[in-house]
Each structure stands twice: as structure tokens, then as C-alpha cells.
Design a protein around this ligand. Structure first.
Ligand code: PGA
Length: 246
């Protein structure tokens, strides 16, 4: 049984005052795992606010090296020390803004494992790629290149996020979501066996309270990575509830 996961990515948004939103989130009895990834300077405060609550805290990125002369970067162990249990790696905004490659994302995931963090590895196609004939092959190549050989069902979560659906209010059709998640599951199982069958695969890109229930109906959608709608409990809680009911 794969435990469902509702993950929130605050990106470069959030104030100390907004952390109060976290203290009200609940998964209910045997509900989904809940994770919020605030900006790094808010991590320790977020960890304080969520102490004893079902909400876990994660980072949005880490460096591939454990320490050193990398001004502005954050080591995975530092996220762990701040109270994180997971870190997002290879988000499309990192791939675009910082030209991160699959190989770098894979190295970051390995750094996350070494620090005892779960890596949430993001993959997903551009709009042009979605319209072309090789879309699934492109996503499969990203998955392969970004996921370390040492990935397990415990240390890795895959997030499929079509770039054109992020922050746009547009989502793929259910057929596209099902086809892509089924392909990812097939690839993971072929490469990792049972671990691949048990690895969680999230959908991300304009998940809202209004569309969450339908998306969560897909067999190989194990939860969501949510941007905008994770900033307020009034939006994120209904998404968690839809996941719990799925
Ligand atoms: P969105 O972002 O929910 O605001 O579309 C998703 C993401 O980038 O993880």
C-alpha cells in the first residue's frame, strides 16, 4: 500500500505570519502524509509551529555537495538539521532558472539520501513537448536520468509536473494524467522492482480544491505537489480531504 502524500511548495512566497496556516492542517485518522516546503529562512520556525502536528516540513532544493564554498546554496544536512524530512529536487523552475540538468538533479537526490531526507524528484514536459510525438519518451528519459540507482520507496517520491500546467490554471486531461502516471509506474517497476511498484508518484500543476478529487481517482496518482493552493489552509485542507477520501 502506497501512503498518499499531499505536498505543498510555497516557492518564494510566505511570511512568518503565514506559518499559522500550518497549525490547522490535518489528515484525519490514518490520513495522507502532509508536507509543506516553505522558503528556507522559514524552515526552523515552520518546524516549531508544526511540532506535534501531522505536518512535516521540507526544503525546496539542496546542493549536491555536503558542504563547501557555494555561496547562497544549502546542504541537504542543513535542511535536515532545520527539521526537514524531505526536499524537492529538479523542480522545473530550478531547471529553468538555474539550468539544472538531469545529472545534477540525480546528484542532489543522492545528497538528500545521504542526509536522511526523502527526495521529491520533479519531472515534466514543456507545452511544445506535450504537443509533439515523443512526449512520453521525453518524460521517461527525464525520469531515468534524474533518479539515482539507489532510489527506494522510502527515500524517493516522483512528482510529475507538466511545465505548462504550473501556475497557469490549466491541467492535462485525465487521459493524459493516467497515461503518463501509468508509464512512470511501468518504468519504475521495470527498473526498481517492488521498490518501483511502491514508490509514490505525485501529480503537480494547478491542483485546486475544485479538481483534486478527479485527479486523485487515477490509480497511479498517489497525491499532489501543490504550489499556489498550498499557501492557505482554506485551499490546501480541501485538497488533503479529497486525497483522504480517494
Ligand atoms: P501550482 O504549482 O500548484 O501553483 O501550479 C505546482 C508546483 O510548481 O509544484
Amino acid at each position: 500500500m502506497r501512503r498518499k502524500l499531499a505536498a505543498g511548495n510555497w516557492k518564494m512566497n510566505g511570511t512568518p505570519e503565514m506559518l499559522a496556516e500550518l497549525s490547522t492542517l490535518t489528515g484525519g485518522e490514518n490520513g495522507p502524509q502532509i508536507l509543506i516546503c516553505p522558503p528556507a529562512p522559514l524552515l526552523t520556525r515552520a518546524a516549531d509551529v508544526t511540532l506535534g502536528s501531522p505536518v512535516e516540513i521540507g526544503g525546496q532544493d539542496c546542493h549536491a555537495n555536503p558542504k563547501g564554498a557555494h555561496t547562497g546554496d544549502i546542504a541537504a544536512s542543513m535542511l535536515k538539521d532545520a527539521g526537514a524530512s524531505a526536499v524537492i529536487v529538479g523542480h522545473s523552475e530550478r531547471r529553468t532558472d538555474h539550468a539544472e540538468t538531469d545529472a545534477q538533479v540525480r546528484a542532489k537526490a543522492e545528497a538528500a539520501y545521504a542526509a536522511g531526507l526523502t527526495a521529491i524528484i520533479c519531472i515534466g514536459e514543456s507545452e511544445e513537448e506535450r504537443l509533439g510525438p515523443d512526449c512520453l519518451d521525453i518524460i521517461a528519459a527525464q525520469l531515468d536520468g534524474s533518479t539515482p540507482d539507489t532510489a527506494t520507496a522510502d527515500n524517493t517520491v516522483i512528482a510529475y509536473e507538466p511545465i505548462w500546467a504550473i501556475g497557469t490554471g490549466r491541467v492535462p486531461t485525465m487521459e493524459q494524467i493516467i497515461e503518463t502516471h501509468d508509464m512512470i509506474r511501468t518504468k519504475l517497476t521495470a527498473r526498481f522492482g517492488d521498490a518501483g511498484a511502491n514508490m509514490r508518484v505525485l501529480y503537480g500543476g494547478s491542483v485546486k480544491p475544485t479538481n483534486a478529487a478527479e485527479i486523485f481517482e487515477a490509480e497511479n496518482v498517489d497525491g499532489a505537489l501543490v504550489g499556489g493552493a498550498s499557501l492557505k489552509a482554506a485551499d490546501f485542507q480541501p485538497i488533503i480531504d479529497a486525497l483522504a477520501a480517494s
